[in-house]
Design a protein around this ligand. Structure first.
Ligand code: MN
Length: 191
């Protein structure tokens, strides 16, 4: 990874504008918080016997969650696997379902795995220096298929909200695993 300081990059002084926080808050997700989201739960348990790896973290400002504003931040998704399945974010629908989102890959490589409530799926590569548009109504999860952190900038409607629950029970229709040393997108056997 380069020497960029992700935290200080967001020290925009919103205090001057609206009274909102001027320093991005980091939220961390460890394997213990999402072990049941991986297909091979036994492999997850085995890793947890010796360590609890940080899967990803994201930085966000305390933006106003209201119509017309934009939320934005940075996600850092670390490299690794659980039973051959690459490290991934939990992923979510937006509560306001028909709201899109833009991701821009700052470094690393991977996939954005998406699906709508009707089960239509969409997998798009995340490549350094490229923007990716998550269409409205699609749940979205990023997957790190590389050997270095996958770092993404994101922005979406600030009042969109996050709905993690509906996708947590069965997971996504598709999963990204390593096959013969390369990423492969396969149907999730739980579906
Ligand atoms: Mn989103």
């Amino acid at each position: 990874m380069n020497n960029f300081n992700w935290d200080s990059s967001f020290c925009v002084d919103f205090d001057l504008i609206n009274g909102y926080s001027k320093k991005a808050e980091s939220t961390k997700r460890y394997l213990s918080q999402m072990k049941d989201m991986y297909y091979d739960t036994a492999a997850a348990e085995k890793i947890l016997e010796r360590e609890d790896p940080l899967i990803y973290e994201f930085y966000e400002l305390g933006y106003p969650e209201r119509d017309g504003d934009l939320a934005f931040g940075t996600t850092i998704l670390y490299p690794g696997q659980v039973g051959g399945e690459y490290f991934m974010t939990k992923g979510h629908f937006h509560v306001k379902l028909a709201t899109a989102e833009v991701y821009f890959t700052l470094s690393g490589e991977g996939y954005m795995v998406m699906e709508d409530p009707e089960g239509h799926t969409l997998e798009m590569p995340l490549e350094k220096g490229q923007a990716l548009y998550v269409p409205r109504s699609y749940a979205h999860r990023s997957v790190n298929t590389g050997k270095e952190p996958l770092v993404m900038y994101f922005t979406f409607a600030a009042d969109a909200g996050h709905d993690y629950g509906s996708i947590e029970t069965k997971g996504y229709h598709k999963m990204v695993v390593e096959r013969d040393g390369k990423p492969a997108i396969i149907p999730n056997p739980k579906w």
